[in-house]
Write a protein that binds this ligand. Structure first.
Ligand SMILES: [Zn+2]
Ligand SMILES: [Zn+2]
Length: 381
């Protein structure tokens, strides 16, 4: 099969590799129809992780069931399914509690596994023609028949990661109807957090970034764009909230955050959030932070630490929630919002490319080239 293979920093190739296949009776084999390039793929692409060369990338996947193992009961050949990026067993203590991002059996001794991802188990990614899905009955989200339509797939594929992850940011922050919400980062996840806050009837959704093309997308769903290149985002939020600060805040950038001069500061968004969220407000952090990054430009960052504004955080009595999204906790309801026409996450898609053009897609998305907001790959095209 054709697959997108990591060959070292800023070097990916589309190669012929051995077909993915059923390895355990509980596996499902999916023929991938649509798969995304994710912002978190860029951490690996940039050589900022210990991703091994030769591995197949891709954790935002959907497709048609091609084959099922003998112990698969629920999922049938021919069904359209979307796969959470988390690979979870369904029977460990964390899975039972709904924390499928922290499954204890799929990547021991760590908690949590994913397709085609550094430090998240040996699993191959779905930027390929075929994908092996472990514990298929548990992990496959069934989609309605309309998901066979390639245009509809642009919405449903977002259920694999970024839509539930954006939703998770608002859950961690505790967003409730009537809230004022500030979101740092208008990349795909930040935009999904803005959509999620809007679906939750937030009264005011502000999105901070310095990329105009992305801020325009935020504006399209009624969010207030805050351009940090035009002055302190904290001051701008304060002005828009009558000096009180937002009720809730979402971190959708991660430790590789850049200021408008494109300098990396790992503590930038966290400290801005503490300053721009009100006293007793809640903060949800879904942007990626890592325990170590030996190639990072800052000393603290190399050790996975940041200079955090603990004083103001404590003084303001704020709460913070962190971590990867437990996709299965949300993906059914979000699927039904798509089917009912209440949510259309595909509005952020800028490029639909055949798999063979993945290297171009990675290059432009990594460079944050203007207009490259979300890249979708079509292995079957
Ligand atoms: Zn992703
Ligand atoms: Zn588990």
């Amino acid at each position: 099969m054709k697959a997108v293979v990591y060959d070292g920093p800023r070097n990916i190739k589309v190669k012929n590799v051995a077909d993915a296949k059923i390895e355990k009776p509980t596996d499902v084999l999916v023929r991938i129809t649509t798969t995304n390039i994710c912002g978190s793929d860029l951490h690996m692409y940039d050589g900022r992780t210990d991703m091994e060369p030769g591995r197949v990338l891709g954790h935002e996947n959907m497709g048609e069931v091609a084959e099922v193992g003998k112990a698969v009961d629920r999922i049938k050949i021919g069904e359209m399914v979307c796969l959470p990026f988390n690979i979870a067993c369904g029977f460990c203590r964390n899975c039972e509690a709904g924390f499928t991002a922290f499954c204890l059996t799929t990547n021991p001794p760590m908690a949590g596994a994913a397709y085609g991802f550094a430090d998240m188990g040996p699993y191959s990614g779905g930027q390929a023609e075929l994908l092996r899905v472990p514990y298929g009955d548990f992990n496959c989200l069934r989609l309605p028949p309309e998901a066979k339509d390639p245009e509809k797939q642009l919405d449903y594929v977002m259920l694999s990661d970024i839509f539930p992850t954006g939703w998770h940011a608002t859950e961690l922050a505790g967003v409730a109807p009537g809230d004022s919400v500030v979101i740092y980062g208008s990349g795909p996840v930040g935009l999904m957090a803005a959509l999620s806050a809007t679906l939750k009837s937030a009264r005011q959704v502000m999105v901070v970034d310095h990329h105009q093309d992305r801020l325009k997308l935020a504006e399209k769903i009624g969010a207030i764009p805050i351009d940090e290149s035009k002055g302190s985002p904290v001051d701008q939020v304060m002005k828009l909230t009558g000096g009180k600060g937002a009720d809730k805040g979402c971190e959708c950038v991660g430790y590789q955050c850049h200021d408008p001069q494109e300098q990396e500061h790992s503590n930038l968004t966290m400290n801005h959030l503490v300053r721009s969220v009100k006293f007793t407000g809640g903060i949800g952090v879904v942007g990626v932070f890592v325990p170590k990054d030996p190639n990072a430009p800052e000393e603290l960052e190399k050790k996975g630490e940041i200079a955090f504004d603990m004083g103001w955080f404590w003084f303001k009595g704020q709460r913070v929630g962190t971590g990867q999204a437990n996709v299965k906790r949300y993906n059914r309801q979000l699927r039904d919002l798509i089917t009912a026409g209440k949510a259309k996450p595909s509005w952020i898609v800028s490029h639909k490319l055949p798999l063979t053009e993945a290297p171009e897609g990675y290059k432009h998305f990594d460079a944050r080239d203007k207009g490259w907001t979300k890249v979708v790959l079509r292995p079957a095209a």
